[in-house]
Ligand binder design. Structure first.
Ligand code: G16
Length: 545
């Protein structure tokens, strides 16, 4: 089993002293102001090495990013061998290591993990690293590598990548030479795989008008630029908000989160009713679409709309292929618009599950279906095909030319979709495939159902950890009495629905509200926001108006 070289650990740890703060591995790893992260990331390096050793040297991924957060923030998330998020039970270890008060406590905790999880420290450890465009990323990678050195882990730094590219490469490295080989383990391999599948899917179809793509001044901009030559003339995209030299512009008045939360277009492009538009977030794992109606109204096509479109298309395709034994299911969170859930259940007749926020929850639930479509309303999601569904798709022959075409499309679809995690590039190609095959503009897509008016409000509180939820985050159990007060207000609104939950990525509490009309929705959101702010006089930021 061996034990940790304490001298080596102390020498490395001295370079990364822990501040007084308490840390939590949350919805998407650790995320906070970059200048607080040095010790956390060093210790996450130790955890990544332990995880790899536990898994016999399988490659673990590390992504340094704070995604949709402002430029001054940064974060880290670990990726398990098949490209999925770090196993849930290890999050508590990440939190515990990051909060150890001294080197002795750190060593003790590592040894307790080694013994309780039966980790053989003599095993090799392999870790790969990617980061987004934030300037703080370089120093944080160095801190992480110091953490790896504590346990002699081998590392490869892939430099700047989108988060989903890092997930993809992790899976490729762990499956190379096996029947599950996922592709060439490089950004180039990723581009080649996605572009080839997309070209198959749109072959012979009339090309759509150019897509205006807002990259939030983040890593999506240089990476999509790099991707374009592989797509050739199969797709036309005009990239806007691509200034990654000016770090302060990252996610500023642009990007998927800005567009979804504010239900407005980003800066950087003056939209007309002819335009088809989409926005990535800061690490390109989320996408939302939007357009402008003839009367100038902004129309959002968010993750719920993408899920509906994808589910509709896949159901049609499995029918057309003559393999409708393959069952499609959809996974959403409490943020899903009520109208989208009704559309999925009543029009598409698909089973829908609701799970807590966080891709890890959606992903695991989606694996229960033959084909699981999962999307958060904020545009984070993908489609996963079970091994048996893939077997059926790849062994089907079809008894007519039409069936053969549908089977070919399903195969290409399983390749164009990044099944490891929500991926804005891959989701863009999925949407563009469907719109091209149907020759639909955004307005036609939008006609599937009409969203109930909805509003998201952020409330800054002194301590968000006092907010505890149950029932897939739809109900608060703490602070005591707050849920009753929320329910009493909601009752007064037609079609009213509202819930409150602490964010796992920002220092805020989120309030979601839906009601029959826009003005009732706004009032409901602001009344609940005000209630949260006032409750126990905890509010510390601006009171929601
Ligand atoms: C992360 C998670 C998403 C989640 C989002 C917001 O996204 O991966 O699953 O929806 O944070 O989470 P919360 O409401 O807890 O702050 P990203 O794109 O920021 O990595």
């Amino acid at each position: 089993m061996a034990s940790v070289n304490v001298e080596n650990l102390s020498a490395l740890s001295a370079k990364h002293p822990k501040p007084a703060n308490t840390f939590t591995y949350g919805t998407a790893g650790f995320r906070m102001k970059a200048d607080l992260l040095d010790s956390v990331i060093f210790r996450t390096g130790i955890l990544a090495a332990l995880r790899s050793k536990k898994l016999d040297g399988k490659v673990i991924g590390c992504m340094i990013t704070a995604s949709h957060n402002p430029a001054a923030d940064n974060g880290v998330k670990l990726v398990d061998p098949m490209g999925e998020m770090l196993e849930g039970s290890w999050e508590a270890h990440a939190t515990a290591l990051s909060n150890a008060q001294s080197d002795e406590q750190l060593v003790d905790y590592i040894h307790s993990m080694v013994s309780s999880l039966k980790i053989d420290l003599t095993k090799p450890a392999n870790v790969i690293i990617g980061r987004d465009t934030r300037p703080s990323g370089v120093a944080l990678v160095n801190a992480f590598v110091d953490g790896l050195k504590v346990l002699d882990a081998k590392s490869t730094d892939y430099g700047i990548l989108t988060t989903p590219q890092l997930h993809y490469i992790t899976r490729c490295l762990n499956t190379v030479g096996t029947p599950e080989a996922y592709g060439e383990p490089s950004a180039e391999g990723y581009y080649k795989k996605l572009a080839a599948a997309f070209k198959t899917l749109v072959d012979g179809k009339t090309k759509l008008s150019p897509l205006i793509l807002d990259c939030a001044n983040g890593v999506g901009a240089p990476k999509f630029q790099e991707f374009l030559p592989y797509l050739g003339d199969s797709l036309s995209v005009k990239i806007v908000n691509d200034d990654t030299d000016n770090a302060s512009k990252l996610n500023l008045n642009s990007g998927a989160d800005y567009v979804k939360t504010g239900q407005r277009a980003p800066v950087g492009h003056k939209m007309t009713s002819q335009d088809r538009c989409a926005s990535f977030d800061g690490d390109a794992d989320r996408i939302v679409y939007y357009y402008q109606d003839e009367d100038g109204t902004f129309k959002l096509l968010d993750g719920d709309k993408i899920a509906g479109l994808a589910a509709m298309f896949i159901i049609d395709l499995v029918k057309a292929a003559g393999i409708d034994s393959i069952k499609v299911g959809v996974v959403q969170t409490a943020y899903a618009n009520g109208a989208s859930t009704q559309y999925l259940r009543n029009t598409l007749n698909v089973p829908v599950s609701c799970v807590p926020t966080g891709v890890k929850h959606l992903h695991h639930e989606a694996l229960k279906y033959d084909v699981g479509v999962y999307f958060e309303a904020n545009g984070h999601g993908t489609v996963v095909f079970s091994p048996s569904a893939l077997k059926t798709i790849y062994s089907a022959e079809g008894s007519s030319p039409a069936q053969a075409v549908a089977i070919r499309s399903l195969r290409a679809l399983s390749e164009v979709i990044n099944q490891t995690v929500g991926d804005a590039f891959s989701d863009l190609l999925l949407v563009e495939t469907i719109l091209t095959q149907r020759q639909w503009n955004p307005k036609v897509w939008d006609q599937a159902y009409t969203d109930l008016p909805n509003r998201l409000v952020k409330v800054v509180v002194q301590d968000r950890s006092i907010f505890k939820t149950v029932d897939a985050e739809r109900k608060l159990v703490e602070p005591a009495g707050l849920q009753d007060a929320i329910d009493a207000i909601v009752l007064k609104f037609r079609d009213g629905r509202s819930f409150v939950r602490p964010s796992g990525t920002e220092d805020v509490v989120r309030v979601y509200a839906e009601a029959a009309t826009r003005s009732e929705t706004d009032e409901l959101a602001h009344r609940i926001g005000g209630l949260v702010f006032d409750f126990n006089s905890q509010g510390s930021g601006p009171r929601p108006r």
